[in-house]
Write a protein that binds this ligand. Structure first.
Ligand SMILES: [Zn+2]
Length: 187
């Protein structure tokens, strides 16, 4: 079990930057998949930073993880209207470690990439293009596809420092042997 206090978390200024990146990512992904606002499952996912994560939602290493919950609308019964709810859990400390270690990587383009990437996963899960409970091999293949889609969406966006981030992720766009960025759990 991990404790919040052991980890660096975003300060207020950084949270603002991350929120702006999240808004931009939502817009880019919904444009790319041509989702109308009603299709764009606004209430089907949430993006959280360390301050709002429960101990089970914190992982050491990855920049983010997606957790799927079964949500039940109030007043429903028999589970007939249960739906999937995805929580993107940003791991502040791993993100901040990269910002510290790589002078060319800045928070705004970096979190834009991370959130865009996670939203693509969610669109693909919720449209059943990709199975949430896939085999490890299939998850690896999906990682490569999602990194390629992320690159496709972001490559023509003009944002200072974004090309450095795309370069940083280049190695993920070819199949890799090990990858545990996506820790998907059912709750
Ligand atoms: Zn991923």
């Amino acid at each position: 079990m991990v404790n919040h206090k052991e980890f660096d978390s975003f300060n207020k200024k950084q949270i603002k930057v991350v929120n702006q990146a999240a808004e931009m990512a939502e817009e880019l992904v919904s444009d790319y998949y041509k989702l109308s606002s009603s299709q764009w499952l606004r209430r089907r996912y949430d993006i959280k930073t360390l301050a709002d994560l429960s101990p089970e939602e914190i992982v050491s290493g990855p920049f983010a993880q997606i957790i799927r919950y079964k949500a039940h609308p109030k007043d429903s019964f028999l589970g007939s209207s249960a739906y999937d709810f995805y929580k993107i859990c940003l791991q502040d400390n791993s993100i901040l470690a990269v910002i510290r270690d790589y002078k060319t990587i800045k928070l705004s383009p970096f979190t834009l990439y991370i959130i865009t990437h996670e939203l693509i996963h969610i669109v693909r899960f919720s449209e059943f293009i990709q199975n949430f409970n896939a085999s490890n091999e299939e998850k690896l293949a999906e990682e490569t596809r999602v990194h390629n889609n992320t690159h496709e969406i972001l490559k023509s966006i003009k944002l200072p420092g974004l090309s450095n981030v795309l370069q940083f992720y280049d190695k993920w766009r070819v199949p890799v042997d090990e990858f545990d960025e996506l820790s998907l759990q059912e709750a």
